[in-house]
Design a protein around this ligand. Structure first.
Ligand SMILES: Cc1cc2nc3c(=O)[nH]c(=O)nc-3n(C[C@H](O)[C@H](O)[C@H](O)COP(=O)(O)O)c2cc1C
Length: 244
């Protein structure tokens, strides 16, 4: 069995699928720190169904997130219909042919190779993923012929991603495998048609959910001091100095 972790830490046992909301609730008591360090893109999942009550609980917790001006202008389309998944999969395959080809040419390290293999798996098995959630936003900061400050765009899209992260963390705590993806939405127009979105609702990203085929483990990230600056950009005050 493949580990989904990447640091060599001993992986934990794979989560036992459950349809019991009480058991899911018990799992949600996982320490926050543990959920944060082990939540990661889990693309390889079993085709077994995920109980709707668990999906709805994850979404309920997603809605605990903040939104700009407390607009709560999110909409989530839970896709379980194989025909709709197949339409999204066709888009994913099309965009992955371009994007994955570029990735293979530009980055040849082990970590990238692992990600590419895992995306390839997801692209090939998309229709079998039990739950595909299209995360959308209502409205938007567009006015014809009026240039708007980037911060408005930031506030608009930034109103969705905290909820998506909540969703991923809730799924992780329950033992579900979740992944945030965007490539199937390469053409927003086509995606809109597939799931019947009105013009005022924009598809922004997708979260896939299922019971993991692998196990959770720690992931690799940059050292915090390498990306944190004090007062002004470039003053890496927390970077360890040369050994004296
Ligand atoms: C905005 C955004 C878009 C992403 N789009 C995709 C995607 O289309 N397909 C995919 O497989 N992963 C996608 N990812 C997931 C990233 O590849 C993943 O978060 C990254 O490789 C780190 O993985 P890890 O958390 O397992 O270490 C996306 C992530 C973000 C934040």
């Amino acid at each position: 069995m493949e580990t989904v972790g990447g640091t060599g830490d001993p992986p934990e046992a794979p989560a036992v699928p459950t349809a019991d909301p009480d058991e899911a609730e018990r799992r949600l008591a996982m320490p926050l720190g543990e959920a944060l360090v082990t939540q990661r893109a889990v693309r390889r999942v079993r085709p077994d169904p995920v109980d709707d009550r668990l999906v709805m609980r994850c979404l309920e917790l997603a809605l605990e997130a903040p939104t700009g001006s407390n607009g709560q202008n999110w909409e989530f389309v839970v896709v379980k219909d194989t025909a709709v998944k197949a339409a999204l999969a066709a888009q994913y395959r099309r965009s992955w042919r371009v994007y994955g080809g570029l990735g293979r040419r530009l980055r040849r390290d082990d970590q990238t190779a692992r990600i590419l293999r895992s995306v390839q798996w997801q692209v090939e098995h998309f229709e079998q993923i039990p739950v595909v959630i299209v995360c959308c936003l209502r409205g938007g900061p567009r006015l014809p012929f009026v240039p708007l400050p980037p911060v408005l765009l930031s506030s608009h899209y930034g109103s969705l991603y905290p909820s998506v992260q909540n969703l991923l963390l809730a799924a992780r705590a329950m033992g579900l495998g979740g992944a945030l993806i965007t490539l199937p939405l390469w053409s927003a127009t086509a995606a809109r048609r597939m799931i019947g979105l009105p013009l005022g609702v924009e598809p922004c990203c997708i979260v896939t959910l299922g019971w993991p085929l692998g196990r959770y483990g720690r992931k690799r990230r940059k050292p915090v001091a390498s990306v944190v600056h004090l007062d002004r950009f470039g003053n890496r005050a927390w970077e360890p100095g040369p050994a004296s």
